[in-house]
Design a protein around this ligand. Structure first.
Ligand code: SAH
Length: 199
């Protein structure tokens, strides 16, 4: 996975590569799919949701240029894998999941693996986490049809947000948003396919 899927596709950050090497992805997928955990693809995690392809997890993490100690908001906890990668990078992670069952499962695995720098909330990601804002970075791992305004409001000056934007069943574009001098700079990175961010 590290050599063929990540380095070969230009993931360069040693910290991100170390996180992808050390966080055991098979622990975050259903037992009957553990043999496929390191394949070059997303996998179903139940309730119609998916864990993203390893490359996308690494790419999104790298784009945020994280530094240990940063406070990060994730929307769409899902399996908890992306949050675990961010926590391994030394960040303080706040993650919101819409489906209670997935939020509960993720809490359990973070406890089992001793990730005590991740806080999970069951709720609607469109609202963000105002009590903990502002964040150094925000990572959205479900696709809204347009950039959620409330989340931009919870981003620090110079903060970065990465978010797949677009309708389900059409091409979504992964966007990097930087807040600079109270303005928003928007860059389009890659076509992607994520589950929808539900309203
Ligand atoms: N980051 C996850 C992948 C998540 S899949 C991982 O590493 O496994 C997207 C997740 O976003 C799903 O679990 C889905 O339930 C959740 N989701 C969808 N809409 C949401 C919303 N409005 N608020 C919070 N979570 C949402």
């Amino acid at each position: 996975m590290i050599e063929e899927q990540l380095r070969a596709r230009n993931i360069k950050s040693d910290a991100v590569l170390a996180a992808m090497q050390n966080v055991k992805r098979h622990l975050f997928v259903p037992e009957n799919l553990q043999n496929y955990a390191y394949n070059d693809s997303p996998l179903p995690i139940g309730l119609g949701q998916t864990i993203s392809q390893p490359y996308i997890v690494a790419f999104m993490s790298e784009q945020l240029e994280l530094v240990p100690g940063m406070k990060i908001l994730e929307i769409g906890t899902g399996s908890g894998y992306q949050a675990a990668i961010l926590a391994y990078l030394g960040c303080e992670v706040y993650t919101i999941e819409f489906l209670e069952e997935l939020a509960a499962k993720a809490k359990n695995i973070f406890n089992e693996l001793d990730f005590n720098n991740i806080k999970v909330k069951h709720g609607n990601g469109y609202l963000g986490w105002p009590e903990e804002a502002p964040f150094d970075a925000i990572i959205v791992t479900a696709a809204p049809e347009s950039i959620p305004e409330k989340l931009i409001g919870q981003l620090k000056e110079d903060g970065k947000m990465i978010v797949p934007v677009g309708k389900v069943d059409s091409v979504q574009l992964l966007k990097l948003i930087i807040k600079k001098d109270k303005k928003i700079i928007e860059e389009t990175l890659l076509p992607v396919r994520f589950v929808p961010m539900v309203e």
